[in-house]
Design a protein around this ligand. Structure first.
Ligand code: NIG
Length: 388
């Protein structure tokens, strides 16, 4: 039997639906949304339709659920000491990943699942309704496959990141490790993965090694994404565009050629500003990309080393304050932008036929994400029509 829900008394509804010619985010005032069987049935303004159940938005703002297209939620241990040392002046280095690899290999499946599930629940409370989860802290055939199996129990958006760093047992033999990633490790991981990724960066994998990994993943039927230009200028963004990756992630250092390449492509630039916050790197200037016509997403990069937060509202605040995005651009990037980075048409918008993934705020004005940072503004998160 069908179940319907009306969310009414919405002071401001952000739809991201271009059919509403009300700015970038397709904003409607005094609005309502009807949900049937987990999907959005209708959207309107004024006198609300009736339904089996009603959720009063209290005059607050309702927006699409956040689409967090970049996280590393399955890991053991933490790196609080490393973070404290960084706050005292030590620079961030990719090598810290190996600390988490050791802790992850030593952890049981139950410990890893409990931690990841509790981080996902935390993300839901701050409005995230779709979450991508990468592997990358196992780096053996068995540990990559098991961390992806755990991730696949929590989300459909799983990414095989065997090419995160070269593990210690392959020191000095990076190409042999890449061959393992492209062969046996990919074969064991692909059944649990939708995407493949590589960390194309000094201290991790070069362009040729990253290309080999992504092409092997494509041959195994996986979609492509790439960690690019996080710690300095490099070949990552150009490689992501060349291979038609859905997303180039980080994009902290972008040359004019990188901007032009992204703007002329279908590759989304996924910015991860909580990483710059946590590593004390300079923030990227999203304005340059947006003014050139590129597509931007915002994501948390939740991981224990460079960005230990699940909060998309925090990322929005940083994007507006430190990356020269307007509040509408930041909200679009955290919702429709994330959906584009995952090549999903069913999330990131409030449109008839789409998934009923919504966030109800305690405020009518989303600038409060920046104006009132750190304050819990999310009243309810709705996932597939279920009010959490
Ligand atoms: O996205 N860049 C590579 N991977 C993570 C870092 C993870 C870590 O330091 O453990 C990132 O920042």
């Amino acid at each position: 039997m069908s179940r319907s829900l009306v969310i009414d008394n919405i002071g401001r509804l952000i739809t991201n639906d271009a059919r509403h010619e009300t700015g970038l985010v397709g904003e409607l005032l005094d609005a309502w949304v009807v949900v049937v069987d987990g999907l959005i049935e209708t959207v309107g303004t004024g006198r609300a339709a009736t339904a089996d159940e009603r959720l009063d938005a209290g005059g607050g703002c309702v927006l699409p659920g956040f689409v967090d297209s970049h996280s590393h939620l399955v890991f053991g241990g933490d790196r609080a000491d490393e973070f404290a040392a960084r706050m005292a002046g030590r620079p961030y280095e990719a090598g810290g990943i190996r600390t988490t690899v050791a802790a992850t290999r030593a952890a049981t499946d139950g410990t890893l699942l409990d931690r990841a599930a509790s981080l996902l629940a935390e993300a839901r409370r701050s409005g995230t309704t779709t979450m991508e989860i990468k592997s990358g802290y196992g780096l053996t055939v068995v540990d990559e496959a098991r961390t992806l199996r755990i991730a696949a129990g929590l989300t459909d958006e799983t990414t095989f990141l065997g090419a995160h760093v070269v593990p210690p047992e392959f020191d000095g033999r990076a190409d042999e490790y890449v061959a393992l990633v492209c062969g046996e490790m990919l074969a064991a991981s692909a059944p649990h993965s939708r995407w493949i990724d590589a960390f194309c960066e000094r201290g991790a994998f070069d362009a040729d090694q990253s290309r080999a990994v992504l092409l092997a993943g494509r041959a195994a039927g996986l979609g492509l994404r790439l960690h690019a230009n996080q710690l300095g200028h490099g070949p990552g963004v150009q490689l992501a565009v060349e291979l038609g990756c859905a997303s180039a992630d980080h994009c902290t250092y972008l040359s004019d050629d990188d901007i032009a390449a992204l703007a002329g492509s279908e590759t989304v630039a996924t910015f991860l500003p909580a990483t710059e916050f946590s590593t004390r790197q300079p923030y990227p200037d999203a304005r340059r990309l947006l003014d050139a016509g590129g597509t931007a997403a915002l994501a948390t990069n939740c991981n224990p080393g460079s960005s230990f937060t699940t909060s998309m509202p925090f990322c929005i605040a940083l994007a507006v304050r430190d990356m020269n995005m307007t509040i509408d651009e930041a909200i679009w990037a955290a919702t429709a932008g994330g959906a584009a980075a995952l090549r999903r048409a069913d999330v990131g918008r409030v449109c008839p036929g789409g998934r009923a993934d919504l966030v109800v705020l305690r405020t009518a004005n989303p600038i409060d994400f920046v104006y009132r940072p750190g304050v819990p503004l999310v009243a309810s998160t709705i996932v597939g029509g279920a009010v959490l």
